[in-house]
Design a protein around this ligand. Structure first.
Ligand code: ADP
Length: 175
């Protein structure tokens, strides 16, 4: 059995993450998606919310489970009894940090290998931070994230309601 772990912030999950999850799930027997609970960052979504969105996004993939973690990734990998850590590589800008993390994790937990999956071309530009930024300015994020995630983002950013966007347009027309 080869068990893999895909760790990240997933704040929120994007089509880029989902693409990596589907591809990794085809390669490994089991895949745990690990949502990082990082007290230092102030995320848009709580860990529970991020886990829930991932559960919905991955509902149709039988060998994928969603979990959360805190602390050292190498330690989490040991506890979760995984052989492989999956990371996605989008551009050369990802590489330096990812290489350093992979080598550090190998030192801390020699049993675990980091495997990089290159981003699919159609999602290579995509990151959670871009999605949050576009949404904050009212842009259409429907091409970046599933509809149910887009709704959650707009609810978070504009608590008056998702439908606010459509209603705004109606109001604009009336003026
Ligand atoms: P982190 O805060 O750990 O970078 P993210 O949730 O942003 O967490 O990303 C988790 C992993 O998914 C990272 O390895 C990242 O490079 C990868 N990733 C993020 N977006 C994409 C994408 N569009 N295509 C492929 N991999 C991606």
């Amino acid at each position: 059995m080869s068990n893999a772990l895909y760790p990240g912030s997933f704040d929120p999950v994007t089509y880029g993450h989902i693409d990596i999850i589907k591809r990794a799930a085809r390669i490994f027997d089991t895949l745990t998606v690990g949502v990082l609970n990082n007290n230092v960052k102030s995320p848009l979504f709580s860990v529970e919310e991020r886990v829930k969105m991932l559960q919905t996004a991955c509902a149709g993939i039988p060998n994928v489970s969603i979990s959360s973690w805190q602390g050292l990734l190498a330690e989490y990998a040991r506890q979760a009894e995984v052989d492989v850590i999956i990371r996605g590589l989008r551009a050369v800008t990802d590489f330096e940090y990812e290489l350093q993390m992979a080598q550090t994790n190998k030192k801390l937990n020699p049993k675990v290998e980091t495997v990089f999956l290159t981003a699919s071309l159609e999602y290579a530009y995509l990151s959670s931070s871009v999605v949050r930024e576009v949404a904050a300015f009212g842009g259409d994020i429907g091409i970046f994230v599933p509809d149910f995630v887009a709704r959650e983002i707009y609810l978070k950013l504009r608590p008056e309601g998702v439908s606010g966007r459509a209603e705004d347009k109606d109001t604009d027309n009336e003026q």
